[in-house]
Design a protein around this ligand. Structure first.
Ligand SMILES: [Zn+2]
Ligand SMILES: [Zn+2]
Length: 265
């Protein structure tokens, strides 16, 4: 059986690499392994491969960009998470296989996107000081536009009649000059998986990728013992809001009740 593992998608562009896993038989009575090819999306070329010693690939190949270089989280030994540099497909470090290790089934490295407003140099608030007189960077509408002041065209519902605007092009250029996206390093990563004997559901943990380029990852359960809903992938279960250096999360988790409302122990 061949499965495509195409995770790590950016919301603006897909990562340039994905994996294709094909199961193969090992010894009789033993579970199958997977031969995993790493494929460069554009050329469709196979640029590397590895063996995963488990029958299910899950979503265990996840490319991400850090410090302007591409890497991937992957799991050749099913009890551990490793880091590979791309496109050379070299293993650069990570967790050591361990019978009490965290067996990954899914990875998610969210894109951090920050939209900043850039003031004109003459604007009183160009230094970002909100106590200064109001911002003078208003795009305004061209003279003759039905939305220009002092009598902008208002719809019966009280809103502006944006359809009538004749300066959409100049306003788009203004937006582009004043709203600038920045993409901070994607050092926050989430992992779902299980520890042996606790494999009836996938648990969500956190992984610190700030030193992933040196082959170092740190995993912890800072959110407590939380289960990933069985129908969701990690990227559907985690909603991340980013504002300057503050990150807030909404995490969908699986909880258990009986009809009387009590959580089952
Ligand atoms: Zn301004
Ligand atoms: Zn206009």
């Amino acid at each position: 059986m061949t499965t495509i593992c195409d995770t790590g998608k950016d919301y603006k562009l897909s990562s340039p690499y994905y994996a294709e896993a094909t199961t193969f038989e090992t010894k009789p009575g033993c579970w199958n392994y997977n031969k995993v090819n790493i494929i460069e999306r554009e050329s469709k070329n196979i640029i590397g491969s590895y063996t995963r010693n488990y029958s299910n690939m899950y979503r265990t190949f996840h490319p991400f960009k850090l410090k302007n270089k591409w890497f991937a989280l992957y799991s050749p030994n099913y009890t551990a998470t490793r880091i590979m540099s791309l496109p050379d497909c070299k293993d650069i470090g990570g967790e050591e296989p361990n019978s009490f290790g965290f067996c990954p089934t899914d990875y998610f490295v969210p894109v951090l996107a920050n939209l900043q407003f850039v003031h004109d140099s003459g604007c009183p608030r160009s230094d970002g000081d909100m106590r200064k007189p109001p911002c003078t960077c208003d795009a305004g509408h061209l003279t003759g536009c039905p939305l220009s002041v002092p009598n902008p065209k208002i719809m019966p519902n009280g809103g502006y009649d944006w359809e009538s605007c004749i300066c959409k092009e100049s306003r788009a250029a203004w937006d582009e000059a004043h709203f600038v996206w920045s993409f901070p390093e994607r050092v926050h990563r989430f992992i779902a998986g299980c520890i042996w004997g606790d494999d009836s559901s996938w648990k969500i943990q956190y992984l610190d990728l700030s030193q992933a380029d040196k082959g170092i990852i740190k995993r912890d359960d800072r959110f407590g013992y939380i289960e990933l809903p069985s129908e969701l992938n990690l990227d559907n279960a985690i909603d991340l809001d980013y504002d300057d250096d503050y990150i807030s999360l909404k995490i969908a988790t699986q909880n258990y009740y009986n009809i009387n409302g009590k959580i089952q122990e």
